[in-house]
Write a protein that binds this ligand. Structure first.
Ligand code: F0G
Length: 349
């Protein structure tokens, strides 16, 4: 049977009626990939929830299918979001899918090329501002409060509802929730969504436990770790370059209720994890690698000593979203003459 998308598959857990016009690109059902290298290092079974394989290449599609579906159901014709890139790509695609207009506000010069290309090609009205994501979100909130435009950032509760299905899939794959769940934190919607999903699955008896939630922010964009708003956040992981997360309190609740933590990882650690994943055949964008960087850091500090069980780590977006970062950090291919001799010499034969 072909996969129908998260709304049809998890309908009973979502606010959907028979007449709701479901807008889907068959998102979800992403693979949970066993990581030999990480498991070897941590001494626990580590699985990667590879959300880069969603239709627009990030986890945002799970929330967007529902947010756009509900906007359509409410008779809205225009949707709007602020974004560090992935939300705009997803909103643009789902709006295009059902013939809605999409407006996105992005921080100028801080969007990975692939994400910008996606928003543009799907026909969104893309507006760059000389300001960061937090400023963009403030403006979007103001506009959507006054005009007939649906806000599709993760402060829209339907986004969280859709995104919680990733936790359901993890439990369905493993037969239970894992002992630990690692995840990057930006605007903090996704950690909120996973925690909600895990709690609901336990409550309905589909899983026996909930995991310890391990969230990771970039060191110079770590408001939750520092306990204060960061006015000018900085990180190469532009997707999580956020200084005042909308779901701040909910992320803290996920951390505290689960007995977990939210910690910071440096750009250097993020880049190392990014390359580490690629060396195992998995290409995730830098923000995604923050969760792997976090796991490696916790391991170094002895956090997993004496621990047993399974760790799931969400890789939130595909590496192809941000080709510049890869090229900048790895270098260019060798260029040689179009002849056998030069090629063999370069190979080392
Ligand atoms: N990873 C990626 C690849 C993201 O795009 C984001 C957020 C996150 C992690 C953090 O998730 O915000 O739920 O804590 N991107 C948003 C955007 C902000 O506009 O695309 P979060």
């Amino acid at each position: 049977m072909s996969w129908p998308g998260i709304i049809s598959h998890y309908r009973e857990f979502l606010p959907i009626a028979d007449q709701t016009p479901v807008v889907t690109l068959n998102e979800g059902n992403t693979p949970l990939i066993f990581s030999c290298r990480l498991s070897g290092i941590l001494g626990l079974d580590v699985y990667l929830k590879y959300e880069g394989l969603n239709p627009t290449g990030s986890f945002k599609d799970r929330g967007m299918t529902l947010a756009i579906t509900k906007a359509k159901e409410a008779g809205m014709q225009t949707v709007m979001c602020a974004s560090t890139g992935n939300t705009s790509a997803s909103a643009a695609a789902y709006a295009a899918r059902c013939g809605m207009e999409c407006i996105v506000i992005i921080p100028e010069g801080n969007i990975a090329l692939g994400k910008l290309a996606q928003a543009m090609i799907h026909g969104a009205k893309v507006i760059e501002i000389k300001g960061n994501f937090d400023v963009a979100l403030g403006l979007v909130k103001e506009i959507t409060a006054k005009y007939p435009v649906a806000l599709v950032n993760s402060i829209n509760p339907f986004r969280i509802e859709g995104q919680k299905t990733a936790a359901f899939e993890v439990c369905d794959s493993l037969g239970n929730a894992p002992e630990f769940h690692a995840i990057p934190v930006g605007n903090a919607g996704n950690i909120t969504a996973y925690w909600k999903g895990y709690k609901e699955y336990k409550k309905t008896g589909r899983s026996k436990q909930t995991p310890v939630m391990l969230g990771f922010q970039a060191a110079k964009a770590a408001p939750i770790v520092k306990g204060k708003i960061i006015k000018d956040p900085q990180t190469i992981a532009t997707a999580i370059k956020i200084g005042n997360p909308a779901s701040w309190k909910m992320a803290q609740a996920a951390r505290d209720e689960s007995g977990g933590l939210i910690e910071a990882v440096t750009d250097q650690e993020i880049l190392a994890a990014y390359k580490f994943l690629a060396a195992e055949g998995i290409f995730a964008e830098p923000a995604s690698a923050a969760s792997v960087a976090g796991l490696l850091k916790l391991h170094k500090n002895g956090y997993f000593k004496q621990q047993k069980g399974r760790v799931v780590c969400t890789l939130t977006g595909h590496g192809l979203k941000d080709p510049n970062i890869a090229i900048q950090n790895i270098g260019k291919p060798a260029t040689v003459k179009a002849e056998l001799k030069s090629i063999l010499k370069t190979i080392g034969y």
